[in-house]
Ligand binder design. Structure first.
Ligand SMILES: CC(C)(COP(=O)(O)OP(=O)(O)OC[C@H]1O[C@@H](n2cnc3c(N)ncnc32)[C@H](O)[C@@H]1OP(=O)(O)O)[C@@H](O)C(=O)NCCC(=O)NCCS
Length: 165
């Protein structure tokens, strides 16, 4: 670790934030609209990034969004988000959404995704953020894997910068 300030993962994490599905959340296929779930993940990931950095943050990239199962009417969605790793001004936040049948207690894994946020200073320039301290075995595993994903992301960023698309 460097001489940078540091914070544990738990200081910014969101554990099972509850959202009750109502009929206005459904798509025409009568399952929960995926865009609503993604928007809520982005909003909650922002809270994690801003808690950790204590700065205004913006979404720089979202990757590996996988909808693993549909959520249904009457389900209760449970959003869990945690900071996997930080570098200079950027942070990777992992999101996991489960759908709970609140009558039976059964849960299903609905979505996983990774969000990259960048902290900005008063002039909207990227600013350094604290390091994150992974404490549990799972947090340490995510911390290690985040570095591999970052390399892929930065490669994609470079390719996009030189592509007309
Ligand atoms: C994200 C943004 C602030 C980066 O600004 P920039 O001038 O390119 O800054 P830099 O090149 O110095 O990159 C800053 C950090 O972001 C990271 N970054 C930038 N784009 C990235 C991407 N696509 N994927 C992953 N990381 C990225 C860099 O790796 C760097 O990380 P580090 O400081 O931890 O090493 C800028 O591209 C931006 O404002 N994008 C629009 C954000 C937005 O409007 N989001 C939607 C609404 S919130």
């Amino acid at each position: 670790m460097s001489g940078k300030p540091s914070k544990p993962v738990a200081a910014s994490a969101i554990e099972k934030h509850v959202y009750k599905v109502f009929p206005n959340d459904m798509n025409s296929h009568n399952t929960v609209f995926g865009g609503m779930i993604m928007a809520k993940c982005d909003r909650l990931a922002l809270v994690v990034a801003e808690r950790h950095s204590a700065h205004v943050c913006v979404t720089a990239a979202v990757d590996s969004i996988h909808f693993r199962a549909p959520a249904k009417g009457n389900d209760t969605l449970l959003f869990s988000l945690a900071l996997n790793r930080s570098w200079g001004s950027s942070m990777e936040i992992g999101a996991r959404v489960e759908a709970e049948n609140s009558y039976t207690g059964d849960t299903r894994h609905i979505l996983s995704a990774f969000f990259t946020f960048v902290a900005l200073d008063e002039r909207d320039k990227p600013v350094d953020v604290p390091e994150v301290i992974p404490e549990t075995a799972e947090q340490k595993r995510r911390y290690g894997n985040a570095q591999i994903r970052r390399q892929g992301r930065l490669k994609t960023r470079k390719q996009l910068a030189s592509s007309p698309d």
